[in-house]
Design a protein around this ligand. Structure first.
Ligand SMILES: [Zn+2]
Length: 408
């Protein structure tokens, strides 16, 4: 019967000698099924059980009830060398008060993105135990994952605290996992990280997709001279959208400041243009995704606002470079866009075009190595979620570990 209990609870290496209902919790009195065969110190086999300490160890719940293993831990005495030692088992880590499988359960819950405090409350344990379970589990997982060299890497900026410096998320684009999170985004920080990678690892990196951030480019050129740098096109398209939105807001402001002479101040809101305000999303949406009604609305707006029409045309012209079938065509479209910006003389687009020109090679490299940081962007959203659920992660180390484990 006792063997059946052991099997039922999933601990066939233990013998359950009794089950006691303590009201709030269930106690399983257990001992190790296998006795120690020989002395740990001298290796001889004449052992005596000296005494038995009782250790209370938290284990998985049984039928939803809080469960403890009450382990009668044998202490042996060797008759040959007269020394003593206590039995051990890998499933019952020494001085831990929790079984390995209960700890694994805590780790899995943290890994799924639950806040430590939340897990501690729901599992009726302490935050200390949860944090420890997370540490141990994270180290084991990292070791098991190994370090196969990536072929395509990406570097992305991620906010770690509300204010303060940004972190850099390093991911493997092919295996879609976070490799590392760096504290900062300076050239120095990135170079240090790349330097400590094994030579074999560094040589395998053929493409690096980055946010348009000069420090990243410099660091890669210095440390991975063979790698092709591709600038993430989402960032550039977002830049074109921002330039367009600046034009829209300027139009709104102009309408407001040009009040007719003698108009009362309270009449200011009369010049607030609802159509400009509501057109924001229509303007920023990709042309091919507009509905017939949205197109009509835009046409009406453009008739009243030729400047906005021009800015929208520039945004779409920039986007069209990415739909080019090959690099030569992309280059032609890019040049056409730059010439159009020159003619338009819209300050926000002039500034954007200047920035884009500095990344020309990296932008066009996309057509030979079509990579995107889309995956990393998803990771950053996931990290934001983790942070929110953890009520802000105060230390960088904690943040790093969580990000690497949840998204690695
Ligand atoms: Zn001995």
């Amino acid at each position: 019967m006792q063997d059946d209990v052991s099997r039922l609870v999933g601990v066939d290496w233990l013998t359950v000698t009794d089950v006691v209902d303590h009201g709030r919790w269930l106690g399983l009195e257990v001992e190790l099924s296998a006795r120690v065969g020989c002395c740990r110190w001298c290796g001889r086999g004449s052992l005596m059980v000296k005494d038995r300490d009782l250790v209370r160890i938290r284990d998985l719940p049984i039928a939803g009830r809080l469960t403890y293993l009450l382990w009668r831990k044998r202490r042996y005495r060797c008759e040959a060398c007269e020394r003593t030692f206590t039995e051990t088992h890998p499933e019952l880590p020494a001085r831990q008060r929790v079984s390995a499988r209960f700890r694994a359960r805590l780790f899995e819950r943290c890994r799924a993105g639950n806040a430590h405090a939340e897990v501690a409350r729901e599992e009726h344990t302490t935050r200390y135990q949860v944090a420890r379970a997370f540490e141990v589990g994270a180290d084991q997982l990292q070791a098991a994952r190994g370090r196969r060299p990536p072929r395509r890497l990406s570097l992305d900026e991620a906010a770690h605290r509300r204010r303060g410096e940004l972190a850099t998320v390093v991911s493997d684009l092919d295996r879609r996992r976070v490799i590392e999170v760096l504290d900062g985004r300076s050239r120095h920080v990135v170079e240090l990280y790349l330097q400590q990678l094994p030579e074999r690892y560094r040589r395998s990196i053929k493409v690096v997709s980055i946010d348009p951030h000069e420090a990243y480019r410099q660091a890669i050129k210095a440390q991975l001279p063979q790698a092709r740098i591709v600038v993430d096109h989402f960032h550039l398209v977002r830049g074109a959208n921002t330039a367009l939105d600046v034009v829209r807001r300027e139009r709104q402001r102009e309408r407001r400041t040009r009040r007719p002479k003698g108009a009362r101040r309270s009449g200011q809101h009369l010049s607030w243009r609802q159509d400009l305000f509501h057109s924001r999303h229509r303007l920023l949406r990709a042309r091919e995704k507009l509905t017939a009604r949205e197109r009509l609305k835009l046409c009406e707006l453009f008739e009243r606002e030729p400047l906005l029409a021009e800015a929208w045309g520039l945004k779409e012209a920039f986007r069209s470079t990415y739909r080019a079938p090959d690099r030569a065509e992309a280059e032609r479209r890019l040049d056409a866009f730059l010439a159009a910006v020159d003619r338009a003389q819209l300050p926000s687009f002039t500034a954007f075009a200047e920035g884009v020109s500095q990344w020309r090679e990296e932008q066009l490299a996309y057509f030979e190595q079509p990579t995107t940081n889309g995956y990393a962007e998803g990771v950053i959203n996931k990290i934001k979620l983790i942070k929110r659920r953890a009520y802000g992660l105060p230390t960088f180390a904690g943040f790093r570990k969580r990000a690497v484990i949840a998204c690695g």
